[in-house]
Design a protein around this ligand. Structure first.
Ligand SMILES: [Zn+2]
Length: 336
């Protein structure tokens, strides 16, 4: 079975010769950029460079998938947020474009053709052409909750969930269409699966808020986006994994704050689990022995795809990612 088939099979909890290994958030480190000779910010802005750096997830690190959207600002930049695309040691950052939740969102007709969206779409096409038979090409879209933070600022958006919930619901409905359209464009460009990232972490969104505003939205996104989806939410999500499981989404990309046996129990038999490896304790600061031990524990607990929990810190050593992928393949053989 090719890495692509292993990844896409494990994404649905199917039977494969080994567990999968990969990442659906950024795998870029400074030493990986040096190795490939492609750097931020060009890797956010030039399709060929974006594709080349993403491909390193397979060619240099040994993962079963690639994912070229390293930043979190692509859609928001196309919708009018001012974005600073950062540099070799800094991820991009942007500024909200509306001060009040009541401000009507104006969606430029050409937003999908603007560079911040057109570049990753072209990078997906290039990756599909060059590696599409061998490995899974994964795209990434942000859910309407995260887009709400970007467009209105986290403060304005969260306060509004308390004092103006109807306006928040209107905003979420409008931004849901952005998520669906960008997802479809990435599928048309060749994405086999998509990361759906929505930053409704426990510190910013209670379980009640999740139920009130988001479960239905995530369910609708699942129904309307016609490819396998990996929902990514950072932090301790143990109080909402049972809700996520009910949305029908294929796979949950979880944070190491949720111990894998707990995540497995909450996710049930159908929801696949991906990620879970601590970026700080293991990928940045861990030893080979600690990584091996963690991989063994995750396999024993029933994880489906092993990889970093979220975007890898730029100052982490790439050798730890290489070791992680290698150990996942070695120890995860014939587990199914
Ligand atoms: Zn994250």
């Amino acid at each position: 079975m090719k890495p692509r088939d292993i990844f896409l099979t494990k994404l649905k909890r199917g039977t494969a010769p080994r567990i999968a290994t990969g990442s659906v958030t950024s795998i870029v480190t400074t030493d990986l950029m040096e190795k490939v000779g492609v750097f931020f910010p060009e890797a956010h802005q030039v399709p060929e460079q974006m594709a080349r750096l993403a491909a390193a997830g397979y060619t240099e690190l040994g993962f079963d998938n690639v994912m070229p959207l390293f930043s979190v600002w692509h859609e928001s930049a196309a919708l009018g947020c001012e974005v600073n695309w950062g540099d070799r040691s800094r991820m991009p950052d942007g500024r909200a474009c509306y001060q009040s939740i009541e401000h009507e969102i104006s969606i430029p007709q050409d937003w999908l053709q603007r560079p911040s969206c057109a570049v990753p779409l072209e990078a997906i096409r290039l990756l599909k052409k060059e590696y599409g038979d061998e490995i899974a090409v994964v795209g990434k879209v942000f859910g309407p909750w995260t887009l709400g933070y970007d467009l209105f600022s986290v403060e304005e958006f969260l306060i509004s969930t308390l004092i103006n919930p109807d306006a928040v619901k209107r905003v979420l409905r409008t931004l849901l269409e952005i998520t669906v359209a960008f997802a479809q464009a990435q599928i048309d460009a060749g994405a086999d699966a998509l990361t759906l990232a929505d930053h409704c972490t426990r510190d910013l969104c209670s379980p009640e808020t999740y139920l009130q505003f988001l479960q239905e939205i995530h369910q609708e996104l699942h129904e309307r986006i016609p490819c396998p989806k990996i929902l990514h939410i950072c932090g301790d999500t143990s109080d909402r994994i049972p809700f996520i499981q009910k949305t029908g989404i294929d796979c949950f990309h979880y944070d190491s704050k949720v111990p894998t046996p707990v995540a497995r129990q909450l996710a049930g038999d159908r929801l696949a689990l991906m990620g879970g490896t601590s970026n700080i304790n293991l990928i940045r600061n861990g030893t080979a022995e600690l990584i091996t031990q963690d991989v063994q524990e995750k396999i024993a607990a029933g994880i489906d795809i092993i990889g970093p929990e979220c975007a890898v810190p730029l100052d982490a050593p790439m050798k730890n990612l290489v070791w992680l992928a290698r150990e996942a393949k070695r120890l995860g053989s014939n587990q199914s």
